[in-house]
Design a protein around this ligand. Structure first.
Ligand code: ITT
Length: 195
């Protein structure tokens, strides 16, 4: 029987992205699937700390093997902001439109527009903890392009590509994204385990 792991996220886009990447490798249970309807706290000041908090919450409250990711957009000209605060950059909620508007306003007139998305995945499995990382570098555009994906996708132009993440299909984004690279490291690890 295939291994089952809970993915501790409330973000439906991330759940769909990661399910597609792990198709045929493991079965992913969502928080809904295990009856967890809590807004799991993520109050650490690093991506790794938040990923560990989310995975640790499920492991300790439900006794299930689990992984969680925390991702952020780090913009060079803004000293790495919004970083770990990416979801709540403009407001207290996950208001993607307001976050993008704030980012473009902060970047107005900036010549240097280098940025990277970074993901840390924390896996809690059989009482052990492992972390995996992935990143993708690129530029912040001066205006929004495309309407696929979520979050800052319409203003992130990955290096070596002529389309923003929001102009790419799911498959194109998943081939190069920060989360895909971290998930690839997770998959390598899971495959290295004995069944
Ligand atoms: P969970 O904590 O429930 O998993 P979240 O939406 O808060 O979902 P993250 O903490 O991992 O997701 O990411 C923080 C924010 O960073 C997210 O709300 C987006 O604004 C942005 N972000 C992360 N990954 C992204 C991606 O692939 N494309 C665009 N923006 C992304």
């Amino acid at each position: 029987m295939r291994r089952k792991l809970v993915f501790a996220t409330n973000n439906a886009h991330k759940l769909a992205e990661v399910r597609a990447m792990l198709d045929g490798v493991i079965d992913i249970l969502s928080l809904d699937d295990i009856g967890c309807h809590t807004d799991i706290p993520e109050t650490a000041d690093t991506l790794e700390g938040n990923a560990l908090m989310k995975a640790g919450y499920v492991a300790s409250h439900y006794g299930l093997d689990c992984f969680a990711d925390d991702s952020g957009l780090e913009v060079e000209a803004l000293g790495g902001a919004p970083g770990v605060h990416s979801a709540r950059y403009a407001t207290d909620g996950h208001d993607h439109r307001a976050n993008i508007a704030k980012l473009l306003a902060e970047m107005r007139g900036q010549a240097g527009r280098r940025a990277r998305f970074r993901t840390v995945i924390a896996l809690m499995e059989g009482g052990r903890v492992h972390c995996f990382e992935g990143e993708v570098t690129g530029q912040i555009t001066t205006e929004e392009h495309g309407c696929n994906g979520f979050g800052y996708d319409p203003v992130f132009l990955p290096d070596g590509h002529a389309k923003t993440f929001a102009e790419m299909s799911d498959g194109e984004k998943n081939a190069i994204s920060h989360r895909a690279r971290a998930v690839a490291a997770l998959v390598d690890y899971l495959k290295s385990l004995r069944p």
